[in-house]
Design a protein around this ligand. Structure first.
Ligand code: 3MF
Ligand code: MG
Length: 344
């Protein structure tokens, strides 16, 4: 039923509103306070960066990191929440300026792998096996700055180091074609699964599809999801929306293209994604113009639109679609879909 989808978001989705052109416009909300909002807003899962769970982890020993992450697990238990995944936030450190796993400096590459191992320790302390890798700065501003053959080799080595460090973890690569880099390596889920096949354990490498990232690559997010689903590799999603080819907007799900959102939900329904136990994750930004007291509503909007679209998918007159397909009258199907989305 509709309720069988489980939803998640990351604490960074409630934020202070800074953008590249101006400072923060809302006060910070403490992590404990954010956790209180999850259930209230209809969410059961928390997405983490390593340093969302353990701030300043670079200054702590592995034992201290595990201890602090265990304290966060207790907070989650107290709220009836679970950790969906942990992602290493490698792109904010000065050591990751030139990329992390693909940095030209071997010391930086070693740092990235060591930090990723600590991130896996945090996964274990939080009780999740899912790692998400958004390969933020693994790419170039100018092509000549890296040897791309070496870069892909380094990515496989880094994936192998993680898979070998812990035999239980599963890695979902979150592809994105650009931003912050001019061009990023692994821009689509096809690339993600293909590089997974070069690792020591391809079974444990899958994908997370973010709507906006697929659109920035000029692709249809629902087809990216379908490609991963057909291989049993869609391990999470970052639903949001994107109004054309510009900076990564992370708008509320369905806000720019309702039909595109409908088709993403349709694909998840066709694959019975709700039976996998995987989360419907959001990665949405509050508008900068949103007042502090209402700067969580993008989460509510996205979840409500998703659930409404589940109803729309389930109530679509399949008989009409079948007839249109038999008649090869796709214009009639076009109208049937649009009328269904517009309602009576
Ligand atoms: C960037 C993103 C990231 C990732 C996050 C978790 C900050 O465009 O989408 O959000 O989703 O780092 O992997
Ligand atoms: Mg994302």
């Amino acid at each position: 039923m509709v309720g069988s989808y489980r939803f998640s978001f990351g604490p960074w989705n409630i934020h202070e509103g800074a953008d590249p052109f101006g400072p923060t416009v809302r006060p910070s909300v403490a992590f404990a306070q954010k956790l209180k909002l999850y259930k209230q807003l209809g969410f059961d899962g928390v997405q983490f960066h390593d340093d969302d769970a353990v701030p300043e982890l670079e200054n702590l020993s592995p034992a201290e990191i595990t201890k602090k992450a265990s304290d966060v697990k207790k907070m989650l238990d107290g709220e009836g929440l679970v950790a969906e995944f942990v992602a290493p936030r490698l792109w904010e450190s000065p050591k990751g300026i030139d990329g992390a796993y693909t940095a030209n400096d071997p010391q930086c590459r070693r740092w990235a792998v060591e930090r990723s191992k600590r991130m896996i320790d945090i996964c274990n302390a939080l009780g999740t096996r899912l790692v998400v890798l958004w390969l933020a700065r693994e790419g170039t501003y100018i092509r000549e700055s890296k040897n791309p053959l070496d870069s892909h080799k380094y990515l496989v080595e880094a994936l192998n180091a993680m898979l070998q460090y812990d035999a239980q973890i599963e890695i979902a690569i979150e592809p994105k074609p650009n931003e912050p880099m001019d061009h990023a390596y692994i821009p689509t889920v096809g690339h993600a699964l293909a590089i997974g096949h070069q690792t020591v354990d391809p079974k444990r490498v899958g994908g997370l599809i973010e709507t906006a990232h697929a659109l920035l690559a000029g692709l249809d997010p629902s087809d990216e999801m379908a490609f991963a689903l057909s291989a049993g590799k869609l391990w999470s999603v970052h639903l949001n929306d994107q109004n054309g080819l510009k900076f990564d907007q992370d708008k509320s799900f369905g806000a720019a293209n309702l039909r595109g959102a409908y088709n993403q939900v349709r694909v998840l329904e066709l694959a019975k994604y709700y039976e996998t136990g995987r989360f419907v994750g959001l990665d949405v930004k509050a508008m900068r113009s949103q007042k502090a007291e209402v700067a969580h509503k993008h989460l509510v909007t996205s979840r409500a639109v998703f659930l409404r679209l589940v109803e729309k998918v389930r109530s679509f007159p399949e008989g009409v679609a079948k007839q249109c397909i038999t008649d090869r009258d796709y214009e009639a199907l076009e109208l049937a879909v649009l009328e269904h989305l517009m309602g009576d």
